[in-house]
Ligand binder design. Structure first.
Ligand code: ZN
Length: 349
C-alpha cells in the first residue's frame, strides 16, 4: 500500500507526512497520514478530519480510533488523516490563510494553482482516489452544530446508481439517527463532490457537534464519531460485529430550504431549534445590534419546513446562509435494511 512518499506492507501501520507544495515563504502544510495495511486483502477506507481547520471533533475521534486499530486483525486498508488542512488547523480557521481558499471545494485540485489548489491536487491524486469509501468529518468550530450525516443528492432517486446505493447504506450504517441531503443547486455547483463521485469514491460527510470546550461539550460526539468509523468498517466487511447505533431508525431530510441573512452585520440569535416545524413566513432568527440591542432584521423561512440548522458564528459577516430547513424524505429502518456493501475487486485502486 503506497500513498505518495509513504508505504506500508500487509499487517503494518506506518505514519508520515505526505509532501505538499510550499508557499513562497517556505511554509509547507504537509499532511499527516496514517496507513494501516490489513493482513488480508479488502477494500480501502479513508477517514479524514479538519479539512475545515477549526472543526476538530472528527480529528479527536480518528486519533482515538487509530490507537485501537490493529492492522493484523482487519481486511483491507485504512487511510486515516486526522487533519487535512494543517494551515487552517494551526490557526483555528476554516480555510487556509496562505491563499484564502477552502480545500474541500477545490477537488480535483490544480497541479499549477495556488498552494491550496496544489494541496487539493496532491491529496486527491494520492489519497482520495485510492479510497472506495471516504468519511469526511466536519463540525462546528466556535459554535456547535447539530449532528447528522450529510450526503449528495441523488441524480434520480428512483433509479440510483451503484455508487448512490452504496452511499445510502453508509448513511444508515454510520449509526446516527438523522441524515440530510441538499437538492441539486441549493448552494450552487459543487464540483468537488462531482470529482469525488467521478473517481468512484462513495463519500459521506458528518456534521458533528463541536464548539469550543469540546471535552466538556462534545465527548459524546467524539465517542459516536469513532463508533461510526467502526460501523463503516463493518458495513465494508473489513471487521465483523454488530452495528452500534443511536437507535433503530435514521430519519433522512431533504434539506431544501435555506434562510439567508441580509448583508447587515450583527449578533445572530436563533429562535428555533432542531426539529422545530415552521410555516412559511415564520421568524427563524433575529439579527440584533450587539451594542444597542436594536433589532436589525428578522429572518423568516420562505417555505414550510423542519429546522435542520447548521451552527452559526456570531457576529455573522455578510450575506450568508444562517439556517437550513427541510422536509422528511424517508425514515430508514436498520432492522430491515441491508447495510453491507459489495465492493469488488479488492485490488488496490
Ligand atoms: Zn466544515
Amino acid at each position: 500500500m503506497k500513498v505518495g512518499n509513504l508505504a506500508a506492507r500487509p499487517g503494518e501501520h506506518v505514519f508520515g507526512y505526505l509532501k505538499m507544495a510550499a508557499s513562497r515563504s517556505g511554509l509547507s502544510p504537509d499532511i499527516p497520514v496514517h496507513l494501516f495495511a490489513g493482513a488480508e486483502p479488502g477494500p480501502t477506507l479513508l477517514v479524514q478530519g479538519a479539512i475545515h481547520g477549526g472543526e476538530i471533533i472528527g480529528s479527536i475521534a480518528i486519533l482515538n480510533f487509530i490507537q485501537k486499530l490493529n492492522p493484523q486483525t482487519f481486511k483491507g486498508q485504512v487511510i486515516a488523516v486526522p487533519v487535512v488542512n494543517r494551515a487552517g488547523f494551526e490557526l483555528g480557521e476554516r480555510g487556509s490563510r496562505i491563499d484564502g481558499k477552502d480545500i474541500s471545494r477545490l477537488f480535483p485540485g490544480k497541479k499549477n494553482g495556488s498552494v491550496s489548489d496544489q494541496v487539493a491536487y496532491t491529496y486527491f491524486e494520492e489519497v482520495v482516489r485510492q479510497a472506495h469509501v471516504m468519511v469526511d468529518f466536519h463540525a462546528g468550530a466556535r459554535t456547535a452544530y447539530e449532528r447528522y450525516v450529510l450526503f449528495s443528492a441523488e441524480g434520480d432517486p428512483n433509479h440510483p446508481t451503484d455508487l448512490e446505493l452504496m452511499r445510502r447504506k453508509l448513511v444508515v450504517a454510520f449509526g446516527l439517527d438523522q441524515a440530510a441531503f441538499f437538492p441539486p443547486g441549493t448552494f450552487g455547483n459543487n464540483s468537488a463532490k462531482e470529482a469525488i463521485e467521478a473517481a468512484g469514491v462513495a463519500q459521506i460527510t458528518l456534521e458533528f457537534g463541536g464548539g469550543t470546550g469540546w471535552f466538556h461539550n462534545g465527548a459524546d460526539n467524539v465517542r459516536d464519531a469513532e463508533r461510526g468509523i467502526w460501523n463503516i468498517m463493518k458495513a465494508m466487511r473489513m471487521i465483523d460485529g454488530p452495528f452500534e447505533t443511536d437507535g433503530d431508525t435514521c430519519t433522512v431530510y431533504n434539506a431544501g430550504v435555506v434562510i439567508w441573512k441580509p448583508d447587515v452585520d450583527g449578533l445572530f440569535v436563533r429562535l428555533k431549534g432542531f426539529k422545530d416545524e415552521l410555516k412559511a413566513g415564520e421568524v427563524y432568527a433575529h439579527l440584533v445590534d450587539p451594542y444597542t440591542g436594536d433589532l436589525l432584521a428578522e429572518m423568516k423561512t420562505p417555505r414550510d419546513g423542519i429546522v435542520i440548522p447548521s451552527g452559526q458564528e456570531w457576529p455573522t459577516i455578510g450575506a450568508t446562509s444562517v439556517g437550513i430547513l427541510g422536509t422528511i424524505d424517508r425514515v430508514e429502518d436498520r432492522r430491515s435494511a441491508d447495510l453491507y456493501l459489495t465492493i469488488e475487486p479488492f485490488s488496490a485502486r
